[in-house]
Design a protein around this ligand. Structure first.
Ligand code: FPP
Length: 235
């Protein structure tokens, strides 16, 4: 039973921002910030299970992140590989199902295989669905969905919101109830732009590597006090 009394979001999505600033403020290379951010993810995944969150979506690498310096891009790819090697068995044992959002085909073959393997061996888990957005862009996701719909020769009048949702990378996950962005930036950054139509946002100045379980609880508590009307009036 969770220690929280307020309502718990079923699906939390996080823009894990501020790794670079965290490192720079300590005189460290930016990659050290990404490593610290990755370490931090452990406690947030575990806290999600403890709080009763069923879906956790994390923005790990955007389609725009390829434009960063080569060292940083390669470092982030290595981090992803290392995390899978190091954490997969434990996550599997804890009942976490790993799903990938984005274009897998653009990833180096070795990493792609590891991601596919991690999805395969965790496919029957249901404690927490962990959606890892890697090589993900919200606009790209919508283009991809339109391509799939056209390829399936769907008549125009049969294109509905439900059909578009079904063709997104997030197919199978409900829309996020709560989106958290760390480091204080007030931007959507091409993240879940279709799915976030009625999500609640929580922005904190805390940098991602410092966003601990207590900070997470504050975000969940804030969500618990929100009134969601989905464009309608209070009942
Ligand atoms: C944004 O901080 C963060 C990223 C672009 C990468 C986030 C990735 C991780 C935490 C790696 C872990 C993920 C997995 C699945 C292994 P920033 O670099 O834009 O920070 P800044 O705005 O302070 O420069």
């Amino acid at each position: 039973m969770s220690e929280l009394v307020n309502k718990i979001p079923e699906h939390v999505a996080i823009i894990m921002d501020g790794n670079g600033r965290w490192a720079e403020s300590r005189g460290l290379p930016r990659l050290e910030g990404h490593r610290a951010g990755t370490e931090n993810l452990r406690q947030i995944i575990r806290a999600s299970v403890e709080f009763g969150v069923k879906y956790l979506t994390i923005y790990a690498f955007s389609t725009e992140n390829w434009g960063r310096p080569k060292d940083e891009v390669n470092g982030l790819i290595t981090i992803l590989e290392t995390v899978i090697d190091r954490e997969l068995n434990e996550l599997n044992a804890e009942g976490v199902r790993i799903c990938h959002l984005g274009r897998l085909e653009a990833m180096p073959a070795k990493v792609r295989k590891k991601v596919e393997y991690s999805m395969h061996i965790t496919q029957n888990n249901d404690q927490l669905i962990l959606n890892v957005a890697w090589n993900y862009g919200g606009r790209d996701e919508i283009v991809h969905a339109i391509q799939k719909i056209i390829q399936a020769s769907v008549p125009a009048e049969q294109v509905t919101e439900a059909l578009v949702s079904k063709n997104l990378f997030t197919q199978g996950s409900p829309d996020p109830d709560l989106i958290i962005r760390t480091s204080g930036e007030m931007r959507v950054s091409n993240f879940l732009i279709w799915q976030s139509a009625y999500s609640e946002w929580y922005v904190t100045p805390t940098l991602w590597p410092d966003f601990n379980k207590e900070e997470y609880k504050k975000a969940i508590d804030a969500y618990g006090h929100r009134k969601r009307r989905f464009g309608k009036l209070d009942q």
